[in-house]
Design a protein around this ligand. Structure first.
Ligand SMILES: Nc1ncnc2c1ncn2[C@@H]1O[C@H](COP(=O)(O)OP(=O)(O)OP(=O)(O)O)[C@@H](O)[C@H]1O
Ligand SMILES: [Mg+2]
Length: 309
């Protein structure tokens, strides 16, 4: 079974308004609510692509309950660890008159040591047994960045392979536990190696330097595709040019397709081809990390993989 882990999820509420004027009552024309979080997005796209996963992480309060219900309605199976504090809500205001968007990201709730321990115990006793685990996104307040290192060790000791998609300190620490694969974008990789990476050669050599920790380094390059690096070589999957509508969650969509491909024992060329195609397909829909299966199949046919070395 594939498990995804989201320690710092959020309920996203989007208000659609005609215009914003200070000190005036603003009528909300429509509201949308969305269970958000990087690992949750991966689970959602796995489901959209016909795969199965179970989403884990922390949820609390009414927002947490609502998220569980929403995920169930979307066909995403979850087994969240309950926390006492309320899961955060992010507010997005979309102004219909001019297309402007305002995003208010709230900080997440504090997670107590006892709640961290609840999650660790759940992970150690998972049924069905994990064979792949995707750990994504940020670490909530109250939790040390070392949590990812610990989670990687726990899952690997159970025989699972781990994909770690995060940035900053949690990525640095998580790497020490030697996960199977990471998927930074160019900025996250630059931050990790502490060097501003410009050219593709610089990106490749930075990715190669990480092979002492992981088996595969994939680096997402936005519209320029997805790079795959392992001990045998370097490949670049180049998706066709598209008119992207929403690129948020493209990386999570790529990770979802890649974990399914890895579970099916596909070679690295095919893993990154599927990843790049799902990422690009997700940019064609308005929703965050939403992949239409027909778009995915069409783009897959047009995505080429080049061996660079
Ligand atoms: N503008 C775009 N046009 C075509 N494909 C895109 C575009 N942006 C992203 N993609 C596809 O999606 C993949 C992942 O995108 P990106 O590099 O933006 O990930 P990311 O920064 O991790 O995103 P996020 O964290 O928001 O999910 C790329 O490798 C590419 O295949
Ligand atoms: Mg990302």
């Amino acid at each position: 079974m594939i498990y995804t882990i989201t320690l710092n999820p959020a309920l996203d509420r989007t208000f659609y308004v005609n215009e914003i004027k200070p000190l005036e009552s603003i009528k909300v024309i429509r509201e949308e609510r969305y269970a958000g979080g990087k690992g949750i997005d991966v689970s959602r796209v796995i489901e959209q692509l016909g795969g199965e996963s179970i989403a884990l992480g922390f949820l609390g309060g009414y927002a947490g309950k609502e998220m569980e219900g929403r995920l169930l309605n979307e066909g995403v199976v979850s087994n969240f660890t309950r926390i006492r504090a309320e899961t955060r809500t992010n507010i997005i205001v979309h102004v219909l008159d001019n297309g402007e968007e305002f995003r208010f990201n709230c900080s997440g709730p504090d997670v107590s040591p006892a709640e961290i321990s609840d999650l660790i115990n759940l992970c150690k006793n998972l049924r069905p047994k994990p064979d792949w685990t995707v750990i994504s996104g940020s670490v909530p307040s109250g939790v040390d960045a070392v949590i990812y290192e610990q989670l990687v060790l726990i899952f690997e000791s159970m025989g699972a392979k781990v994909i770690l998609d995060t940035y900053g300190e949690p990525l640095k620490k998580g790497l020490l536990a030697t996960p199977f694969m990471i998927k930074p974008n160019k900025k996250e990789l630059s931050n990790l190696v502490e060097k501003e990476l410009e050219t593709i050669d610089e990106v490749i050599s930075a990715a190669r330097s990480l092979l002492k920790y992981v088996q595969i380094v994939t680096v997402s390059l936005g519209a320029n595709g997805l790079l795959g690096v392992n001990a045998d070589g370097v490949w670049l999957a180049k998706p066709p040019q598209v008119k992207a509508i929403n690129t948020v969650g493209a990386g999570d969509s790529a990770v979802a397709a890649m974990v399914i491909a890895l579970q099916n024992n596909l070679p690295i060329e095919e893993v990154i081809r599927q990843g790049a195609s799902a990422g690009t397909a997700s940019t064609l829909t308005k929703g965050t990390a939403t992949v239409n299966r027909e778009d995915f199949k069409n783009i897959l046919k047009q995505t080429e993989v080049q061996k660079l070395s």
